[in-house]
Design a protein. Structure first.
Ligand SMILES: *Cc1c(COP(=O)(O)O)cnc(C)c1O
Length: 351
């Protein structure tokens, strides 16, 4: 990827990466067929590989993480059910109200900053069969937690939450769009992180850099049900092997290097912390996402995003004074140093 002073440093998301030359070759040569007849060799291989990596019986390729989340809700809940989730979960904030429209569920956000405890879950849980309460039938964990700043959800708490859920006949789901980041950051086997859950989703299109696709995993029975709902939502495609082959290649080549993205996020954080006008808790920077607040006196988030754009740094505003930067395989360490200088400089300017 060419980089120069005029190439924007794109920290908007880890989804903005474009396929490398090697990945494009793999896509061009992919073994494909009609996936709805189970005849796409690359997709079959990817599903088998990811099911193995995540220690589940079966896997199903999905066009997007959003659809994987929606299908999981259709499988694990019924309309009118309540789903317990962490504060500012993706399904609540970033899926255009899809969960209410598709599965017909309502969310109960608990905890703060993304993580929550088994005690939080139990306090929020409503029993089945009550004449008034909506039954809590699912608890969902997001790991890493995007709006929490790429936080890794503590695994011992995951285990306690899922054990409490099982005890009360509540299903468990992991939105692991960035589970690979959590696994690399904690040096754990991803299967260990998915083990407590009935179903989990992982993305190929975020830090791994594939052009699209997520994979939903679970028991063979749950995945069979998911196949029907994928079709119902219009997500059953044909020669998906072009995506799947890129995903397999990305898992092989771009997995361990996620540690570099985490290091670059730390470098960016160090520089931002030198500004007295940026509020950032460095303990939240555990993976490839940096979420910070602009202190009183600094420009607001929209102004910072606009001024950064003019100076070649692309970011997203996540609130009136909240900004997110995400590192990925197409931003270098040197670019993160430069972005840090530019953002700190903007924070010091007049509002
Ligand atoms: C990106 C993301 C999704 C959705 O993935 P898309 O492929 O963009 O639909 C779901 N959950 C989390 C936590 C995400 O970051």
């Amino acid at each position: 990827m060419p980089t120069s002073a005029t190439t924007p440093i794109d920290l908007r998301s880890d989804t903005v990466t474009r396929p490398s030359e090697d990945m494009r070759r793999v896509i061009a040569q992919a073994d494909v067929g009609d996936d709805q007849y189970g005849e796409d060799g690359s997709t079959n291989r990817l599903q088998e590989h990811v099911a193995g990596l995540l220690g589940k019986e079966a896997a199903l390729w999905m066009p997007s993480g959003t659809m994987a989340n929606q299908v999981a809700l259709k499988v694990l809940t019924r309309p009118g059910d309540e789903v317990v989730v962490g504060h500012e979960t993706h399904a609540v904030w970033h899926e255009t109200g899809a969960s209410a429209a598709n599965a017909g569920v309502q969310f109960r956000e608990v905890g703060s900053g993304g993580p929550f405890t088994a005690a939080d879950f139990l306090a929020a849980r409503k029993p089945r069969g009550h004449v008034i309460f909506p039954p809590t039938t699912l608890v969902e964990v997001e790991n890493t937690h995007n709006r929490g700043g790429g936080l890794v959800f503590p695994q011992d708490e995951v285990e306690r939450i899922c054990a409490a859920a099982r005890e009360h006949d509540v299903a468990t789901y992991l939105d692991g769009a960035r589970l690979w980041n959590a696994a690399v950051a904690t040096n754990r086997d991803p299967a260990e992180l998915t083990a407590p859950f009935d179903m989990a989703m992982v993305a190929l299109s975020k830090g791994l850099g594939a052009p699209g696709g997520s994979v939903l995993v679970g028991s063979a029975d749950l995945i069979e049900q998911a196949r029907r709902y994928r079709r119902m939502l219009g997500g059953a495609m044909r020669q998906t092997g072009h995506y799947a082959a890129a995903g397999l290649w990305a898992l092989e080549h771009n997995y361990q290097r996620l540690a570099e993205d985490h290091e670059n996020a730390r470098i960016l954080t160090e520089r931002l912390l030198q500004s007295g006008r940026i509020d950032l808790d460095p303990t939240t920077v555990q993976t490839n996402i940096v979420v910070f607040e602009l202190a009183p006196g600094a420009p607001d988030a929209a102004t910072m995003v606009e001024r950064a754009f003019e100076r070649g740094v692309l970011l997203f505003a996540f609130g009136a004074r909240k900004v997110r930067a995400a590192t990925h395989l197409q931003v270098t360490r040197q670019q993160c140093v430069r972005a840090g200088d530019i953002l700190a400089e903007i924070a010091e300017e007049a509002a």
